[in-house]
Write a protein that binds this ligand. Structure first.
Ligand code: MCF
Ligand code: FE
Length: 407
């Protein structure tokens, strides 16, 4: 059992409770939080670390949506237009995937925990990054992706998906949790969708899907026209979309941990459905900007759980959650700054935990002890600025605790 103190303890609970000169007692789970001095009296015989000046304790960050297999991209893929990006991914994915060796991905994961991330939702297209995910101390919810819209390919694709899923299930442990990703409404045949979701229900797996990321996707699904028409005609010989947006959402009933990534083009009815499904929106603001998509209207998603994802290095220049949070803080210019910063930290912790189905993301009794500790350069004059300054100034953290162990 350990007592760790800090000047500022952010619980990231629903009231955004902050304890000044706080402390946390933990083993693999959190045992108690409170004032450091009181905890020190109550637990006089355990190892304890005094609060350092301007130190902050908070839950480890949860990156709810990342594609590690595309980590080798830096200047290869095209940004600035969604269709150009998609074409470039299809053109270059083999090259990129070959470059991203297990060691390369493990190094990225190391950078991720050094910058405060203790859990991720990793979308796996091929299963090539599984070893790296098994070797990292980061908790990984491993989303085996199902993709393919052509009717005559569904049996092969389902068999391939099942093989990857089974392989991840055989490696399951307390920090490697198999899950299912549906690529998107435009790219997954209704049969594959139904099968994959049935498996998720049966095995109680978390599910995630990209949803209404671009205006081109929306136009294709609603009107069978726009930038996607040529794409589908040329690559797959299809001239109509395999589903409508609401039809797609309606397949996701009775799943406990469900998230939709992007949703920037979702209308009120679709957002209402997402809410009814008790699903989370994975917000990936940098990816949306780089692929020329619009930004999520945060005022419109009230009542829907929000989480933060970096997406992959296929649509970002960083996998650091603090970099992502800084971008989110800068892009959402309509929101009140300090209120937005509070909301973002909650989305990056408890919001992500709900999306992935983890008992983490809040500093409270009985949650897993996934905690980060770092120090601000100077004193906080106004408590209401705390989240803003954390987001602005934090690049790496000083201590990372995952499941009660210092990493
Ligand atoms: O979230 C971004 C943009 N939207 C869709 N897909 C991806 C993203 N980053 C990587 N991907 C992957 C996806 O998982 O790109 C591949 C899929 O396996 C090809 S999409 C035709
Ligand atoms: Fe993605």
């Amino acid at each position: 059992m350990i007592l760790q103190g800090a000047n500022w303890l952010l619980t990231c609970d629903k009231n955004n409770t902050i304890i000044q000169d706080g402390g946390i007692v933990f083993d693999d789970k959190i045992i108690e939080i409170g004032y450091f001095s009181q905890l020190k009296e109550k637990y006089p015989n355990i190892t304890s670390y005094e609060p350092k000046q301007n130190s902050v304790l908070m839950p480890g960050l949860i990156n709810s949506h990342v594609h590690l297999e595309f980590s080798a991209n830096k200047t290869t893929l095209q940004y600035g237009n969604f269709m150009d990006w998609l074409h470039s991914v299809i053109d270059k994915r083999d090259v990129l995937i070959e470059k991203a060796t297990s060691q390369y991905i493990e190094d990225k994961l190391t950078q991720m925990y050094k910058s405060g991330t203790t859990s991720i939702g990793a979308v796996s297209s091929y299963g090539f990054e599984m070893d790296a995910c098994l070797n990292t101390p980061i908790n990984v919810v491993y989303f085996n992706e199902v993709i393919g819209s052509k009717g005559d390919m569904v049996d092969t694709l389902l068999a391939d998906f099942n093989a990857r899923l089974q392989s991840s299930i055989s490696n399951k442990n307390s920090s490697f949790i198999p899950a299912i990703a549906i690529h998107s409404p435009y790219s997954v045949h209704p049969f594959l969708l139904r099968e994959a979701i049935n498996i998720a229900r049966e095995l109680k797996l978390s599910v995630s899907a990209h949803f209404l990321e671009s205006s081109e996707e929306k136009e294709w699904l609603e009107k069978n026209s726009g930038g996607f028409l040529n794409f589908f005609k040329n690559f797959l010989g299809q001239t109509t979309a395999v589903t409508k947006p609401l039809e797609f959402l309606n397949q996701f009933k009775h799943l406990e941990h469900l998230s939709f990534t992007h949703c920037v083009e979702a209308n009120d009815e679709e957002l209402e459905k997402i809410k009814e499904l008790n699903a989370t929106i994975n917000h990936c603001v940098t990816s949306n900007r780089l692929l020329n998509n619009t930004k999520l209207d945060l005022d419109n998603v009230n009542g829907i759980n929000l989480s933060i994802g970096t997406d992959g290095l296929s649509s970002n220049n960083s996998l650091s959650m603090f970099d992502e949070l800084r971008n989110a803080l800068m892009i959402h210019t309509n929101s009140n700054l300090n209120g937005l910063a509070d909301k973002l930290l909650k989305a990056a912790t408890s919001g992500g935990a709900k999306a992935l189905g983890l008992n983490k993301g809040i500093l409270e009794k009985n949650k897993d002890a996934d905690i980060i500790l770092f120090s601000l350069a100077d004193e906080i004059e106004e408590k209401k600025n705390l989240s803003t300054h954390i987001i602005l100034h934090t690049k790496e953290v000083d201590k990372i605790i995952i499941g009660g162990t210092y990493v």
